[in-house]
Every structure is written in structure tokens, then in C-alpha cells.
Design a protein around this ligand. Structure first.
Ligand code: SAH
Length: 274
């Protein structure tokens, strides 16, 4: 069955006045004009209207969605200021959003920072259809949607080590997302992972994977915004060496068996054998 999409770009009547989001972003030194705020809300409207049909987000309340989806996506700039840096020369900064679902954080970032060239990567066809509808309905000229898995696309030369920023939210543990995302980062490119605190054990478990995949030491930046719940944070990892060709491993493996140090892999194999 094909999904029918509404013809109007603003299907949800937002209780919050438009200037709210604008003021919140202005406080972060991110100036949004009215057209950008309208686009962000139009996107949220489409997302919330379709959320039940294709599992795009668990959030129902528009005001909460504005904070947790729009503001949080855009606020990643606190941890990754390069997102709002003007490009030098004519080349746009390339951003890949791995496991974008309904377009979070890729679409809010593309609207807030129009100089970004954003590619949305999503494994579920229905979600990609929705993303394509959003791109057309809102005429987002700097966004393309790609149907596929990170494990496959990362081995395609046009995408491998080609991106300045790779974002990922809600896709898995840090070790898993490192394997899915770091192969797409160019040298000095950056992985931007949205996570929740505490992260101590996840960071420890991921440190071997990050190292192996060419990432530099991860940095954790809590949002510390009154509008966002305290445990939310962004983990950034800068790529300092090329990713060995064998990574990512085949589809499903990074999530099922995250990369772990040889000693602990040996230990868990021994445990399975006993
Ligand atoms: N980033 C979105 C969606 C999170 S849900 C948000 O924060 O709202 C995770 C999404 O990642 C799902 O839509 C799933 O289909 C997609 N996904 C999971 N593994 C993937 C992979 N290996 N390659 C591409 N997409 C993947």
C-alpha cells in the first residue's frame, strides 16, 4: 500500500508561537530567519502527522518535539562549531546522517545551516519515501535521501571517507555507531553522536573500536540547556587516521557484535565455549 501524504505543508497547529524556537536558537548564537523557522515547523508538522504510520518518532506533543527534535538537533553546534562555520571557497560542508529515521538530526541541521550539503541515510524504505516527500514538499535543495545500510554504503568510494561531519542519533551503542559512521568521515572529519549520560561504561567499551577505526579520543559535551533534559549530550570523535578497509563489517555485525579489544573478545569466546 502506498502512503498518502497531506498536500499542506503545515498540518499541525502549533500551540507554541513561532518566535519561541527562534529565541532559543538566538541564545545559542544561531540566527534563524522567519522562513527557516516556518520550514522547521512545517517539517515537524509532517513528521508528527505521519509518526503513527511509519514509526518516525515516539513524541506526540508539538512543544516537546520542538525541543527534543528541532532544538536538540540544532544545538549539536555547541559540540561541533564547524556545523555553522561558513564554507571557505565554493565547496559546501558535507554532512551524512546515518540512521536518520524521519530525518533527525539531518533535516533540522539542513534547514538551520543551509550551507551544509546533507545526505540522509536510512535502511527502511518507507522512511526514505517519507524523507523524499519532505524534501520535495519543503523544497530542501541541500538535502538528498539515500535508501541503504551504512555497512554497504561505507564501502562505496563516492561515500567512503568523503564527509566532513557524520551525525548519528538513536542507532546503537557508541562502539556500534563508531563502526557505522567513522568509515564515512574524511581525515579531520567528525563523528557527532547524540547520546544520554551516564556514558562511562559505553565510552570505555568503545575506546578500542574508535582507535581501530581511525578516531581520535572522544569528547563528551552535555547540552546544559534549560529546555533539554540534563542527561542529553553529544559525543564528538575526530578522524585522525584512515579506517582499515575491512570496516564496517557485513550488515548487522556492528550492532550484534560491537568491536571489542582482542583480550575481551578472546575472553567472551572462551566464556561461550565453556
Ligand atoms: N535518528 C533518528 C532515528 C533513530 S531510530 C532519530 O533520532 O529519531 C534508528 C534508525 O536507524 C531506524 O530508522 C533504522 O532503520 C536506522 N538504521 C539502523 N541501522 C542502520 C544501518 N546499519 N544503516 C542505515 N540505517 C540504519
Amino acid at each position: 500500500m502506498t502512503t498518502r501524504y497531506p498536500s499542506t505543508a503545515l498540518p499541525v497547529d502549533f500551540a507554541q508561537p513561532l518566535p519561541e524556537l527562534r529565541a532559543r536558537c538566538a541564545a545559542l548564537n544561531i540566527p534563524l530567519d522567519l522562513a527557516q523557522v516556518r520550514l522547521l515547523h512545517a517539517y515537524l508538522g509532517l513528521l508528527l502527522e505521519q509518526r503513527g504510520q511509519i514509526n518516525l518518532t515516539g513524541i506526540q506533543d508539538p512543544a516537546q518535539a520542538e525541543r527534543l527534535l528541532l532544538l536538540e538537533s540544532i544545538a549539536a553546534v555547541i559540540a561541533a562549531p564547524r556545523l555553522c562555520a561558513s564554507p571557505t571557497g565554493s565547496a559546501a560542508l558535507r554532512l551524512l546522517d546515518v540512521g536518520t529515521g524521519g530525518g533527525i538530526p539531518g533535516i533540522p541541521l539542513a534547514i538551520a545551516f543551509p550551507h551544509l550539503a546533507v545526505t540522509l541515510l536510512e535502511a527502511t524504505r518507507k522512511k526514505v519515501n517519507f524523507l523524499q516527500h519532505v524534501i520535495e514538499a519543503l523544497e530542501l535543495g541541500n538535502v538528498t535521501a539515500h535508501w541503504g545500510r551504512a555497512e554497504d554504503l561505507a564501502h562505496v568510494p563516492a561515500h567512503r571517507e568523503q564527509y566532513d561531519v557524520v551525525s548519528v542519533r538513536g542507532v546503537g551503542s557508541l562502539a556500534t555507531v563508531a563502526e557505522l559512521a567513522l568509515p564515512f568521515c574524511r581525515q579531520n572529519g567528525m563523528l557527532v553522536a547524540f547520546k544520554s549520560l551516564p556514558l562511562d561504561s559505553e565510552l570505555q567499551e568503545a575506546s578500542h573500536a574508535i582507535d581501530l577505526l581511525g578516531g581520535h579520543e572522544p569528547r563528551v559535551t552535555p547540552f546544559n540547556l534549560p529546555e533539554l533534559p540534563a542527561p542529553h549530550c553529544v559525543v564528538t570523535v575526530t578522524k585522525s587516521a584512515p579506517t582499515p578497509q575491512q570496516y564496517p563489517r557485513r550488515a548487522g555485525k556492528p550492532a550484534k557484535r560491537p568491536l571489542s579489544p582482542p583480550s575481551s573478545a578472546g575472553a567472551s569466546r572462551a566464556k561461550r565455549r565453556s
